[in-house]
Design a binder for this molecule. Structure first.
Ligand SMILES: CC(C)(COP(=O)(O)OP(=O)(O)OC[C@H]1O[C@@H](n2cnc3c(N)ncnc32)[C@H](O)[C@@H]1OP(=O)(O)O)[C@@H](O)C(=O)NCCC(=O)NCCS
Length: 265
């Protein structure tokens, strides 16, 4: 009898401890996105230099969908993203045609394959992919909620003010404290391998010094980006959130722990 009571008390204590730990961690998750969303400094610029010493400026903004200039900021990603990502997507399509064509993302390219892979007009298909990527950045996304936080970064040549690259980071309310996802990072092809991609990736730590982990997913065929990420210290993410990927095996999930300057919330 006494043993049973002791056992029940221990079970009750353990579940109370578990529930309060879970509540605490859920609260922390909400606090992190809200904390970044409420930052008073929502725009800024970082001065830097490329590997060859060329002066660079990184203009950044923290925004959510309820900001009036949200879609304007998003459309600034088009200039570099269309150019950089079209090749990435076409490489994937060429390597994994059958699976790719089942994916909604490649739907508009299906007619090019009507007479078989050997008869595809690749120039026309590539143009279609360009249009598709542009449309992603131009389209209003009804699924976005104002508690989703976006960080937009545009990398420019300081002297000419020309855009050379861009990056987009993201924090959702259910992300653990300090987690930031890379939505996109792109450098114009003719300016790659000059250290600009690293400046873009590191910018998030300057913008949100409380960042503790940066994580991302990229296509397995994207060898250039994968070697860049590994060079920058990213390693395989042991617990990726892959639920939304149609073919999880076609992605590589990486993360980088960056320490974070703020103690845990
Ligand atoms: C990934 C990307 C942003 C890197 O930008 P970047 O300005 O070239 O990167 P950095 O110059 O800072 O770093 C370069 C390092 O990454 C690696 N790297 C970059 N591109 C590479 C390539 N095509 N092949 C092999 N290694 C490559 C190398 O280690 C390189 O160092 P090195 O030039 O001294 O050899 C750029 O390649 C890009 O825009 N790619 C197309 C878009 C894309 O794939 N984005 C990521 C999708 S998630």
């Amino acid at each position: 009898m006494t043993k049973t009571i002791i056992f029940l008390v221990l079970v009750a204590l353990a579940s109370t401890f578990y529930i309060s730990r879970k509540q605490m961690s859920d609260q922390k998750k909400d606090v992190w996105a809200t904390y970044v969303n409420k930052k008073t400094e929502r725009d800024g610029a970082i001065l830097a230099a490329g590997r060859d010493g060329s002066p660079i400026i990184l203009d950044w903004s923290i925004r959510n969908v309820s900001d009036s200039d949200f879609y304007e900021k998003q459309s600034q990603m088009i200039e570099t993203s269309v150019e950089a990502f079209t090749k990435v997507e076409m490489d994937f399509l060429k390597a994994h045609t059958d699976e790719a064509l089942q994916d909604e993302h490649f739907k508009t390219l299906k007619p090019f394959f009507a007479d078989g892979k050997q008869n595809v007009d690749w120039d026309a298909a590539t143009q279609k992919m360009r249009d598709r990527i542009r449309a992603i950045y131009e389209t209003k996304n009804e699924a976005l909620s104002s508690d989703f936080v976006f960080i937009f970064v545009i990398l420019k040549d300081q002297e000419t003010n020309k855009q050379l690259g861009s990056a987009q980071f993201f924090i959702m309310p259910d992300y653990p404290d300090g987690d930031v996802r890379v939505v996109s990072i792109a450098v114009k092809p003719e300016h790659q391998r000059k250290g600009l991609g690293k400046l873009l990736m590191d910018s998030v730590i300057n913008i949100i010094p409380e960042t503790k982990r940066i994580f991302l997913s990229t296509r397995i065929t994207n060898e250039g980006a994968i070697s860049a990420y590994k060079k920058w210290g990213f390693t395989e993410d042991p617990h990726p959130s892959v639920g939304h990927f149609m073919f999880p095996d076609h992605w590589i999930h990486l993360e980088k722990k960056v320490g974070g300057l703020r103690s845990a919330l």
